[in-house]
Design a protein around this ligand. Sequence first.
Ligand code: ACO
Length: 325
Amino acid sequence: MRRYSRITGTGSYVPPRRLSNADLVTQLAANGVETSDEWIVERTGIRARHFVDDGVYSSDLAVEACKGALQAAGLEAKDIDLIIVATSTPDMVFPSTACILQNKLGANGGAAFDVQAVCSGFVYALTVADAMIQTGAANKALVVGAEVFSRLLDFQDRTTCVLFGDGAGAVVLEASETPGILASDLHADGKHVGILCVPGHVANGHILGDPLLKMDGQAVFKLAVGVLESAARATLAKAGKTEADIDWLIPHQANIRIMQSTAKKLKLPMDKVVVTVDQHGNTSAASIPLALDAAVRAGQVKPGQTLMLEGVGGGFTWGAVLLTL
Ligand code: ACO
């Protein structure tokens, strides 16, 4: 009998320090940087984001998200034999945040590694975990997106520092006789490295190059709307489905205008799109599992429904996963 993988639990966590646009506007003004709630809401749909305090790392946020996902799946940490963490803000250069998370959860012994695909990280990680479960390399996985993007922001650059937030989301993915994940489609085009990057690196005991986020927002916007449509269509075709089969679109939460444009191209009304960017900002690899968990816990997204998850981000990377919950 063919093995499939299926999501059996979701969880998420945002750090308690919440900054509304008004809070951020005041904080930035103290440093001579001018922005406004109106500009941020109109251009992005973001109204608030959460930032970690000093000493809190991606693995700390991931632990809380995983506890929620394990509880929802009715599993304990020791049942898990694979942990994949999608992050661009790891706790350390090495070892992986997945290993640190594994130890904090008490899930020691199984495989654990990180995936680096920036904001597409969660759909990449989910696709890898699905493949490992289908081949029998794993049985019960935690697939996590966890980020502390606040650490990468240049608070003198108003074109980027208003966009991002911190958080984590997780799913338990288990082997199943019935299909959960139906199809996925991943891509990257490395010629666009420069339009969204943190160019600095560690060398000889120093940080060489700029360790803060750089983005050409308009170039990212244009690429994002094109590839999100093509990835969704390719994934539907692989699964033998059409747009009409999608109950919920859960796109990367970067900008409401990108989501509206994608929904329009896929002929989906906005009431079929899960939107949390207003409350979380762009949490990179954490944004899709954060949105998924919020929608599950709100009773919006229900078992048996068909979901299209879509990520896009630095690299340039993009991809989609179609699944039945
Ligand atoms: N507050 C006030 N004014 C601002 C701000 C701000 N925070 N930021 C920029 N402006 C000004 C600019 O200086 C410019 O002023 P000017 O016309 O006097 O020169 C004006 O607003 C318009 O700037 P644009 O860059 O043209 O604004 P745009 O409408 O393109 O919106 C934005 C910018 C929101 C960044 C948009 O381009 C966007 O969302 N791009 C996609 C970004 C994205 O999704 N990134 C995440 C990708 S996922 C990942 O991998 C991390």
